[in-house]
Design a protein around this ligand. Structure first.
Ligand code: BGC
Length: 274
């Protein structure tokens, strides 16, 4: 079984066909920088181009770096605000000519890690945190996703946690590993006080260098492990969610996706705060 995954981030848009049984990419992924401004139309053009580049016509899933309910974007912290209220599933369906399931980027990465990676077989409370342009979160309880959590936006020292703990924040302020890890540690401490996760999986591009900063995180009780699929987790998770949607018409086994343009219309995600 194969499906196409598109991972839309604030900085780059990556795509590749995925072997759903193995959770691996079937071809080298392609990456295009996120257009600036990242309006729905501009991003949809990239989605169309990537789909065409691979000559893809089958099951397709896409991630989005914000809250997504029933295919519609509700928040856009790191992309053009024109996305808010946009039916991304319908828009991508129109440009690609097929159904496209859309879900939050961190949720997609989490779904992939729970199925194939660092969270495989893990019960209890598992939290995946992605550190990139923003900070994303995916919360699982006994393998089931609670969709659209936004723990990157809790307040720490009067600031959005994301501005202190994201990889972008590190780059922007020129923080070294130690300095940044201190901020991430403080953030995780707060998160731990709220959620008591058994396991925290750290993802995003910076998880490739986990050995440089994970050992510096002190005072966190939960086990902390780097994501196994690293940068491919979003692509794999998007493809996996879309496959589940196509097969069942609804969410199953902890995989939650919004319906595609012409799909059954089943609402499978309920946003926090809805
Ligand atoms: C967004 C989340 C997203 C995360 C990572 C945050 O700013 O609010 O929805 O998952 O960035 O892209």
């Amino acid at each position: 079984m194969q499906a196409f995954g598109i991972d839309i981030g604030g900085t780059g848009i990556k795509a590749a066909p995925v072997d759903i049984a193995a959770g691996t990419l079937l071809a080298e992924r392609k990456k295009i920088l996120t257009p600036q401004p990242s309006t729905p139309e501009a991003v949809a053009d990239v989605v169309r181009d990537l789909t065409r580049d691979f000559g893809w016509t089958g099951i397709t899933g896409a991630t989005f770096p914000g809250v997504v309910t029933s295919g519609t974007v509700r928040t856009a912290a790191n992309v053009d605000k024109g996305w808010i209220g946009t039916d991304a599933a319908a828009l991508f369906g129109k440009v690609t000519g097929g159904d496209v399931s859309v879900l939050n980027d961190a949720d997609a990465a989490g779904v992939a890690e729970m199925r194939f990676g660092a969270g495989k077989g893990e019960r209890g409370t598992v939290l995946l945190l992605t550190f990139g342009t923003g900070v994303g979160s995916a919360l699982f309880t006994d393998g089931v996703l609670v969709p659209n959590t936004e723990f990157g936006h809790i307040e720490i020292r009067g600031k959005d946690a994301e501005s202190r703990a994201s990889e972008r924040g590190k780059q922007h302020h020129g923080w070294g590993w130690k300095e940044w890890a201190q901020r991430v540690g403080e953030y995780m401490h707060q998160i731990e006080a709220l959620l008591s996760p058994d396991l925290i999986i750290v993802g995003g591009g910076i998880s490739k260098e986990a050995d440089k900063w994970v050992p510096l995180l002190t005072g966190v009780r939960a086990k902390i492990v780097p994501a196994a699929l690293q940068n491919d987790a979003g692509i794999v998770g998007a493809a996996l969610a879309a496959t589940t949607m196509a097969q069942t018409g609804s969410a199953a086994s902890g995989v939650v996706a919004a319906s595609g343009a012409a799909a059954s219309g089943t609402t499978t995600g309920k946003a926090a705060g809805e």
